[in-house]
Structures are given as C-alpha cells and as structure tokens.
Design a protein around this ligand. Structure first.
Ligand code: GTP
Ligand code: MG
Length: 428
C-alpha cells in the first residue's frame, strides 16, 4: 500500500485581525490536514493592522525566513486572504511558497472534485483566483493541479518569463474561464430539465445542510436505507473535510405512500471563498429551493456553536432566507447526552442509530406534509387509472365501491388535490 506523502508546512496568522482567533487557527489546521499537509510550525503575530506590502510586519518576516530555514520548511499557509502583491512580496522576502486561506480551500476542492460539474465549478473558481496572481507559486500549484486533472499538459506556461508571456497567460486564462463557463451552462441545461420534472411531481424538497464533516451524508444514508428504493442509493461518507462536492438527490417513500426528495450537498467552512460560492451556486441551489432544511451539527465537536454560526452565514451568502429548519445535533454517541432526544425543532441523535432516524423522519414528515388535506373522491370506473395512481402515490384511508364508481378517502398534496379536484365529493 502506498502512503500519501504528508508535506510539513508553517501555519501563520495575525490574531488581532480575526474574531475567535484560536478557533480560526484550529479550523486552518484541519484544512491543512485535508490537503495532505501538517502544521510543523505555527507563527502568530499580534498586530492591529496587517502590513499592506507583506501582511506580517518587517521584523516578523525576517523571523519567519530564519525559522523556515532552520526547520527546512518550504511552504507557509496564512490564515487570511492576501492581496496578490502581499503573496509576491512575502515569497520574495522569505523564499517560501505562500498559500493563503482561499488558495488552500481551492486546492482541497481541486483534489476532491470527481463529477464533471464539480470539476468545472472548481476550475472556474481556481482560474478566477489565479488571474490576478500569476507569477505566484499558488497559481503554479493550482495550474499543475488543473493540468494533472486534464491528463497532463493542459496548463499554460508560467515560468517567470517576460511581460508578453504574462499577457499571453492572462488571455489564456480568460479563454479557459469562458470555455469552462460555457461547458457548465450546457451541463446545467440538463439539470434544469430534471429539476422542472421534479417540480412537476410536486414532491416536497428537503435539503441537508451544515458544516463539513458534520454527518450530512451519513444521515442521508440512514434515511435512504429505511425509505429509499434501490440498493445503489447510498452516498459517499467519510471522515474528511469536503467529502461531498456534488449534490445527490434521493426519493424517499414512507409506508403511508407519502414521498419527498432529499438532497445532500457540499459542506460549509467559515469564509468560503466568494469565487467558490459563485461557482457552486447551481450545486447549492438545491438548498435555496428547499421546503425544509435539516441543519446537521457535529454535537461532539467543542466548536459546534461556531460551526452553526458559519452555516447561518453561508446560507445567507448563497441567498437562502426564510426556509424552515430542523436542527439535527448529530454524533450524540460520542457525547454524554441521551439520544434520540427531541425538543420542538431540535433533535439530539446519532446518524447510525435507527431509532434516531425514525424520530428524525417523524419530525421531517410533520413539517413537510402539514399542508396535506384529507378529502373524499368519487372516481368513475372508467377512470380506473386514477385509482391505480392514488393507490401507489397517496395515503388511502378508506375505499368504498359504490354504484357509480370507487369512493376514496385519501390524504393529498396540493398538486394532486388540484389535479383531481373534479372528483371531490362535497359533503351533503
Ligand atoms: N460516531 C459517529 N460518527 C458519525 C456519525 N455521523 C457521521 N459520523 C462520521 O463522521 C464522518 C463524516 O460523516 P459524513 O456523513 O461524510 O459528513 P458530511 O457532513 O457529509 O461531510 P462533508 O461531505 O465532508 O461535508 C464520517 O466518518 C462518519 O462516519 C454519528 O452519529 N456518530
Ligand atoms: Mg457529505
């Protein structure tokens, strides 16, 4: 078995410029690990305001260079979004490769993307980030990644040659952005058709959202195992940041024939780069169009409250407002808490515990099926296909065979209630 090489790096931050600095640095460390690196050295600076040219102060920059040389480290990850010139100046003065927070997240997404759509979305975000940062090492790293993903040789040359080469590279990048956007648009056309078909079915949309690694995919699998149809419906779950980059949608059918669509999507982290949010807009739109959100929270993580705040901020950033939400405090098996334990819209649970999933199901159903109406239909024998449809798709409470047709007392969703309005029997 081949071991993946773990690159030792420096992580660095400026503590007065960030709220909740220690949490921000622990989050950065987790991101660093997700990128097959480890923080071999941590550098903090106490400055009110970053140096416009080099981010860190002059003395600190010298200190960084000396410490990096002593420990033979070549890469520094900075817990901030640096300007292109700060990256360039820091690289010149320390001799290190500098990666800022956004660059790091883009690299992780680049490693994780599997589907064509995810790859295109990440590529667009990476190229937009590279454009003003040509001639920095992070631009080269992202370019190598893109080249490798394209089977090698896909990249442009960026080897510090003259101004003309730089101009050429800029143009090449712009072309590649337009090309990728065009390809994505073509892909999304199919997706729009599928969405329209789903909307027509009138099924409620429920979306799992939350901080990365909270257990969204595991929760989806728990629900799919009980109420999904088909065996190959499980989604990928793994103990790593950003295991999921694509949206998966599954249909759940309950014993009373009520149905809904459940979607699982990319997880959040604080200050997700704007380029990425924009690029992932179509992936994230499932959450924006949902009738109900289930926010999955890693209740066993001491920072779960910060993670919830991050989720709220990210939902705002992608334009999700006023969607009802259930709060699902997951991984209770790793805590002292009793589970499953429901209070109003909150549930303490464990995604792999079937009893927990049953309670979560009850909570979801109470929310999304609350507008169902119970009504009585009289369906002439000639319209037997309607009876067959309702037997398959609705919760039939009573069936009577009368002289002029089949009379059903049935629970209906709004779409079906309208569709079959002409059969409704008005009580005498
Ligand atoms: N002990 C315990 N582990 C859990 C539970 N739910 C999920 N996990 C683990 O947490 C890790 C992350 O789970 P995922 O379901 O992949 O998390 P996610 O929210 O989909 O993460 P991303 O797709 O990366 O954003 C996996 O190793 C799961 O096995 C739980 O209830 N208890
Ligand atoms: Mg996932």
């Amino acid at each position: 078995m081949s071991e993946i090489f773990v690159q030792p790096v420096i992580i660095a931050g400026m503590n007065k410029t960030v709220a909740n600095y220690d949490y921000a640095m622990s989050e950065l460390e987790a991101l660093v690990e997700a990128n097959h690196m480890e923080a071999a050295l941590r550098i903090d600076q106490n400055l009110e305001k970053p140096n416009p040219a080099t981010f860190f102060g002059k003395g600190k920059v010298v200190e960084i260079k000396e410490m990096a040389e002593a420990k033979e480290l070549n890469i520094m990850i900075v817990n901030a979004d640096l300007t292109p010139s700060q990256i360039r100046n820091l690289e010149t003065e320390t001799g290190l490769q500098i990666i800022d927070r956004t660059g790091l997240i883009l690299e992780i997404f680049g490693n994780r993307a599997r589907s064509k759509e995810a790859k295109l979305q990440v590529k667009i975000a990476q190229l937009q980030y590279q454009l003003p940062r040509l001639r920095t090492s992070i631009s080269n790293r992202l370019d190598q990644q893109a080249g490798a993903a394209a089977g090698g040789g896909g990249g442009f040359t960026n080897r510090g040659s003259g101004e003309t080469q730089l101009e050429l590279n800029r143009r090449t990048i712009q072309d590649r952005i337009s090309h990728a956007k065009h390809e994505l648009k073509e892909l999304n056309k199919d997706e729009e058709v599928r969405r329209a078909q789903r909307d027509k079915a009138g099924l409620p949309n429920v979306a799992l959202v939350g901080y990365t690694n909270a257990g969204k995919s595991t929760t989806m699998n728990g629900l799919v195992k009980l109420f999904g149809k088909g065996e190959d419906k499980q989604v990928f779950e793994k103990n790593m940041l950003f295991a999921t980059l694509d949206t998966s949608i599954r249909q759940l059918t309950f014993p009373d024939n009520k149905q809904l669509l459940l979607s699982d999507t990319v997880g959040f982290v604080s200050n997700l780069p704007h380029n990425l949010i924009n690029a992932f807009r179509s992936t994230l739109s499932e959450a924006a169009n949902a009738d109900l959100l289930i926010q999955v929270i890693d209740y066993a993580d001491p920072h779960y409250k910060e993670m919830m705040a991050t989720t709220e901020e990210t939902l705002k950033a992608i334009g999700v407002h006023d969607v009802p939400m259930l709060y699902a405090y997951n991984k209770a098996d790793l805590t002292e808490a009793n589970y499953p334990n429901q209070t109003d819209d909150q549930l303490i649970y464990a995604a792999k515990d079937e009893k927990s999933i049953q309670v979560l199901t009850k909570m979801i159903k109470a929310k999304v099926f609350k507008d169902y109406i119970t009504t009585t239909l009289l369906i002439p024998f000639n319209d037997g296909d309607v009876v067959a449809y309702l037997n398959d798709h609705a919760n039939i409470l009573k069936t009577d065979y009368l002289a002029d047709g089949t009379q059903l007392t049935v629970e209906l969703n709004a779409v079906d209630a309208q569709r079959y309005a002409k059969y409704i029997v008005t009580p005498a």
